[in-house]
Design a protein around this ligand. Structure first.
Ligand SMILES: Nc1ncnc2c1ncn2[C@@H]1O[C@H](COP(=O)(O)OP(=O)(O)OP(=O)(O)O)[C@@H](O)[C@H]1O
Length: 594
């Protein structure tokens, strides 16, 4: 239904939620990038935790909605097409069940964001017994709405179900809201023979695990008791806190005024207290933030064969890039920065932010080294190099080119619209075909973003400049050549639309569908003249891909329909489909392993 999304994540079947009566629609497996699906394992006699305790009540069966989850191994997003702007309710369901695949959902650690807002920061849905439901009241005024799940690596992110629907509120003044409501039940305990739970109570207790807030049945009497208990507890807590505050200064004073030698020479008891207060506070503040991403200079020397000139894979504005092999066997690209005008310390802050960014279409920064007044960045290695080189070699078919452009557009769209809450530059300011890299599966990723460039201020004009530069990349892709003034030449090419076919890379001329080419041409023209938002560019490119696929399908059906008795050699276009399918299946294998 328009503006009503009820998604049963990680499953391809529809389930009815018995509390709300809503049907949650299954999603197709493999539809989302950088993610995998996870089914729940059904315990034979309760969960392993409950099995250990023979006295525990019969476990509540897990509702079907919480028997599957979608896992995110890198930053991924759900995209929603919003038809009616206005007040929406977003409800996210999390249930950290155990899995046979060895994925421990209770150790998930992630952020959830929507454009402009972080909804859940450093979130760890650990409660293994019942689902956690997080609700958000949002005003959505765009046609495309994304929910981004960003695992804090090496942990993963997950989601069991999503509800997003339009609220029937017309005036911004006519609403009420509630941030939280908790209802507890007191069960009488017989101390001699363990917990005594009546059949009726047990029934209620087990159901309350799965109750959504709007289905709660409220007993006034119970509320009155709870209110009284809460009041007494609050008074007690306030009293204790005051008591502590009154006592504390005395204690601190005595420590602060002791000279250093005296502290060392104090009794073993007081010494240990002093030592532990310093030692533990520093150790605890660091132990919670393990800096796995800082790499030693010596390790990078070994990884790059001592920055061997023969291992250089490129040079850019910021420094030289070497191929590298870390001692854990991981292939990486090592960028050794030249000294910047911007201080290295400032840069370190920016780098720490970049380390947390994960998107399928952005080259990931994996680590850095800041030693001996050197700043070295370590990136995931992009096996197939730059798009620029592939354009020059004409090594890609039209469908692959379209998919690469779509991937790059997704990466840029994320930079422009999805990453602002993470505090990095939300413009690229240096979009070009040598900053679009391809991995071993020809998946396009944007590189060279994030590091501040002189004069880069992050306003709408800068985003428009990125869109223009991306338009130039599109011209290069279709013409099969790279050059300085392609953007300038485009005007005269587009004026005589007939010339479009003439300038197409001869290597793809025979496979390219006329309608797909026209749509692609229109997209270039928009980028170079009107400079729309990246979201629009993305839609246009996806449409151009659909047109190409549709044309191939029509042609294939036609060919098979007319000559069923003969075996035909696949055409270049069919070969393109084959290549594409192989690409998809290898990508699928990759994600199923994860
Ligand atoms: N992650 C990577 N994997 C493989 N090769 C890379 C990677 N990063 C960079 N390279 C190679 O190193 C070259 C230089 O990269 P770098 O990002 O320093 O500069 P650039 O993208 O060419 O230009 P600029 O710095 O002006 O944006 C690239 O053109 C590419 O060939």
């Amino acid at each position: 239904l328009p503006d009503e999304f009820f998604i049963n994540c990680g499953s391809d079947t529809n389930v009815t939620d018995r509390n709300s009566g809503r049907i949650f629609i299954g999603e197709r497996e493999g539809e989302m990038e950088s993610s995998s699906v996870l089914p729940f394992i059904f315990p034979k006699h309760g969960t392993s935790k409950e099995k250990e305790n023979n006295n525990s009540p019969t476990p509540t069966p897990t509702p079907p909605l919480y028997q599957t989850a979608r896992l995110f191994h890198a930053e991924s997003e759900y995209n929603f097409r919003i038809e009616n702007h206005g007040y929406h309710l977003l409800r996210l369901h999390f249930f950290a069940f155990s899995s046979s695949k060895g994925n421990n959902l209770s150790s998930a650690h992630f952020n959830v964001s929507v454009p402009g807002f972080c909804l859940l920061n450093n979130f760890t849905p650990q409660n293994m017994n019942k689902p956690i439901i997080e609700e958000f009241f949002l005003i959505i005024n765009t046609d495309n709405f994304q929910i981004t799940f960003s695992p804090i690596l090496p942990n993963l992110a997950f989601i069991n179900a999503i509800e997003l629907f339009l609220l029937p509120i017309n005036s911004p003044h006519k609403y009420a809201y509630l941030n939280g409501l908790e209802l507890m039940k007191i069960i009488e305990k017989n101390t001699s023979s363990g917990p005594m739970v009546k059949e009726e109570q047990s029934h209620h207790h087990s159901h309350s695990h799965w109750h959504c807030p709007w289905h709660m049945c409220v007993h006034l009497k119970l509320l009155a008791i709870l209110g009284a208990v809460a009041l007494v507890s609050v008074i007690a807590v306030v009293f204790l806190v005051c008591l502590k505050l009154i006592k504390k200064p005395k204690h601190d004073e005595s420590v602060d005024w002791l000279p250093m030698e005296k502290k060392e020479g104090r009794s073993s008891h007081s010494h240990s207290r002093y030592g532990s207060s310093h030692g533990s506070s520093s150790s605890s503040s660091y132990s919670h933030v393990p800096n796995l991403n800082k790499i030693r200079f010596e390790e990078l020397q070994v990884a790059t064969n001592n920055f061997d000139q023969n291992w250089v894979i490129g040079k850019g504005c910021f420094g030289t890039v070497y191929k590298g092999l870390l001692n854990n066997g991981l292939r990486v690209a090592v960028k050794r920065l030249q000294q910047q005008e911007q201080g290295l310390l400032d840069m370190e802050e920016e780098i720490k932010i970049l380390l947390r960014i994960r998107h399928r279409h952005l080259v990931s920064l994996m680590g850095y080294c800041y030693e001996r007044s050197e700043m070295i960045l370590v990136y995931e290695f992009m096996e197939k190099g730059t798009l620029r080189d592939h354009i020059k070699n004409s090594s890609l078919c039209w469908i692959q080119r379209l998919e690469i452009c779509i991937g790059a557009a997704r990466g840029l769209n994320y930079l422009h619209n999805g990453s602002s809450c993470r505090g990095i530059n939300n413009v690229h300011s240096h979009v070009k075909s040598s900053n679009i890299l391809l991995d071993e599966n020809n998946v396009a990723k944007i590189s060279g973003f994030g590091l501040s460039r002189k004069g880069a201020f992050h306003d709408e004009k800068m985003k428009c400049d990125d869109v223009y530069s991306f338009g130039v990349v599109l011209v290069e892709v279709v013409c099969g050549r790279v050059g300085n003034n392609l953007g300038g030449e485009w005007g005269s090419i587009w004026k005589k639309k007939g010339r479009l076919e003439e300038i197409v890379d001869p290597c793809i001329k025979c496979e390219i569908d006329g309608k797909s080419l026209r749509k692609f041409g229109e997209t270039i023209d928009k980028c170079l003249r009107n400079r729309p938002c990246m979201g629009d560019v993305l839609w246009d490119l996806e449409y151009a891909l659909q047109l190409q696929r549709g044309a191939i399908q029509t042609k294939t059906t036609h060919t098979h329909g007319t000559s069923s008795a003969t075996i035909e050699k696949p055409t270049t276009q069919e070969m393109a489909i084959l290549k594409h399918d192989q690409l998809n299946s290898s990508a699928l294998n990759y994600y199923s392993v994860l």
